[in-house]
Write a protein that binds this ligand. Sequence first.
Ligand code: ZN
Length: 958
Amino acid sequence: MSDVPYVEFEDADGHNPHRPFFITYRQTAIGVIVFIILAVSVGLIAGLTASGRNQSANITTTSMPLTTAVPTKYAALAKPRLPTSIKPKAYYYQLDIDMTKLNFVGINTIQFMVKSSTNIIIVHVSGIKMLSAPQVSNDRNFNGASTYYKVIDTGNYKPNSYYYVVLQNKLTPGTYYIRFNFTAQLASDLLGLYKYQYTRASDRQKIWAIASQGQDFYTRRMIPCFDEPALKATFQATIIVPSNYSVRWNMPVTKKTAIGNKMRYEHSTSPIMSTYLLALAVDGFTYVEGHTTRNTRVRVWSRPSIRNDSYFSLRTIINITQYYEGFFGIPYPISKQDHVAVPKFYAGAMENWGLNLYREEILTYNPYYVSSRLLKTIIVIISHELCHQWLGNYVTIQWWNHMWITESFCNFYQFYAGSILQPSFFLKQQFVTDSVQVAMLVDATRSSHPLVLPPNLGPIFDKITYEKGGSIFRMLRDYIGPANYHTGVKALLKKYLYSNIATEQVFQAISGAIQSPINISDFMGPWVYQMGYPLVTLIRHPGNRGLGIISQQRYLTNSSLNPSTDPPGSPYPSTFGYKWTIPIRYYNSGDKTTKLLVFDRTSASVQIGWPANTWIKLNTDEIGFYRVNYPTENWQALAMALQTDKTQFSETDIANMLDDAFQLAQTYRINYMIPLNLTKYLFKETNQLPWGVTSLYYSAMFQRLSNRGSFQYFSKYFQKIAAVQADRFGFSDNGNWIYKEARATVLEMACSTGYKPCIANATAIFKKYMQNPTANNIKGTIRGIVFKYGIENGGATEWNFLFKQYKQSLNIADRRTMLRALSATKIPWLIRRFLNYTVDPTKIPSSSMQTVLLNVNRNTVGRYFTWEFLRDHQNFLMQKFKTTRSIVRIITQNYDTPLLLNQVMNYFKMFPENSGSAKSTEASIIQRIKSNMQYLHRCEKLRYIIDITLEKVQPGAV
Ligand SMILES: [Zn+2]
């Protein structure tokens, strides 16, 4: 499954009346992380990831009342895992779907093996009502010739989502069948088998449709089943729907029969697979089609009005499938692949075998509506889901606490495969900024978590499980050698095909397949079983100018905490003392060949060759998952070397230096002069990576300083850096992908500093667009910037025009771009009216409130209206979302004075909420405001530093 790389999204018709938009736990986790990336302020991170993680782990699986009281009479029910006495072998199920009542009636026959004698059969169900007592037999047909086994008791055990069937006599080892007759309502929260509505473009009618999300505990909402990933079986399904709907299931249709005004679809039998991969889509969509060289039929399905936007994905899917088939040496196992652009979808995408489901904007590409960043996301997520067809579907994790394995394999391969097919995207290099640096930010708190979780916890869908794991595999690949790694992964696939793996089996399978002196299990242990990562500190050897000394300590954003101890009460105590064996790649100005030094975790320090009068760069291409701090003179020498000849460093090395330096400055470890010095050379830079890192820190500082006296110095400094390149890039659409992405980054920075030519260009293009939006349409790479600065520098006419465009658009990505732009107005009455629109469903769906609040809050004028909005609509928000704490979290992001802190604390007293998650959110909000106050104090000092730096920056010195 893929998370989405941004927090804001809305639906095709902008409406989802059912979803508690602000409180979905996984959404919150993603939101928290994205927020951290946006607001990389010191101390601000502490506490936040903790609450996000806790909420993400706090999973409930049942939404409908179950019928029977909790029994205590069967010991097996109290266990959170199913008994091992029974293993499913094959499922034969039929779902008859009623699109008027929005429910379904099902029959499910499960063939199972009894391994050891038992008289209790336990399956998972959630929200399912049995229509009759299940029958147990030795024959799949349940006819007169069958032997029946007498059922004496049945019922639900809600805490574990169990349904139990107790027999009079024990079943002895052998093969049996159980048949369930059941019914359920279609869910409305995007989990399990769920209903949603989309707007048909031709007549703007709302149409009901169905999609599904099985991972992790939701297939039990579709059918009674043994819903654990290791309990693999084959599946065969018959689906009955009204004739005017089309149906897709995991496997191809074998027979289609009309029954009155309904159609009955039979499908072929699936490969052996896990229950969480079962899927279903019922809708009125159309498709584009192609075939792979091995003749797998690939279809991309979407709403008919955007069918033509599916060709890009179709080509990408075919190419990447073919690539993986060659790369892994194992063919894709099903004769078809359906990929569906679902207007309302829970995650970014889901890799169900034969039927991949995506959030609509991630599977459809239109050059006018899709930004360069979203285009990259499309490629990367398709590449991720297709990787899972092998690592995830063929070979599956044993249990959810090992979920990092397949998510991390695919987090790495999604960039790797994508980079081979789309070289101009430089995806391998972008792994550093998109995965390594993102994961390091999240993993730098004491309340992080290890990759491998205790068996009773997890899965956790966050930047640790995906991005950190991907980064650790990338480091291992470099350490043992790419060829060895590849051999090891292929051996793993072969050995566990159609089976399951746990963490140690991965290390053993790779070890067993290669010749290497490295003990993979020993090396990987500290990286996967303990949280965090090291800060490597280099100093000159006091007695030998030709040497350096390297030490390590766990890196925590809060440098006042003890880095070597477990947090009090941690569920993840470390057995490695927060030390790691670190393969350190490095080079120096005298010898640019990269060398390798292995810093063993049992050594306090290690010596490194570092000739006198040279600069040294550790962590070549940020291949290792650690940060580096150098002596000040080395940082200065690196900054100087960049200005003299930046080609001495790769883009990833520059991005690495910038990220480490900004981080270390923000956490009080080095002087801010150091990262600012490193940015001076950007006059000469056209590559996205260094600009991307700089703009991230720039944005965070912008948010913190924009209403302070120091802002004038800050914006002048960054304007001088960005202006030269902004002029060079211009507002055209030329260049390859990475160039376009750099253009978007630089123009955004230049315009936000108030650079006049940038703003003049944006507003002129916007005015032309207003005259004729069709003839003067704006390409996605600069669309967001033109809209934003067109609105920011325009008046009510411009605003009303764009709002009308928003109302007319059915394109999800474009609607979001427009909402962001509309949030940029500086006119108070427009801001107030815009906020009020979010509580009027005829204007803006409440599901888009989050997008509006986030962006209005980034607006230096707008942020003063959001608190008033909260207070004015207190009752409405409580009614709609059942909590206001997530909204408070958004609108207090930049609060940084004692007065504002008091205001928030008084609010919590006046409107108390008593749930555990509300309390932890309150604590993290208060903690963040306090951290902001500290940061601001520091920024007063920063003002002088920037002032001094500014004098030294020579504009136009290219
Ligand atoms: Zn995934």
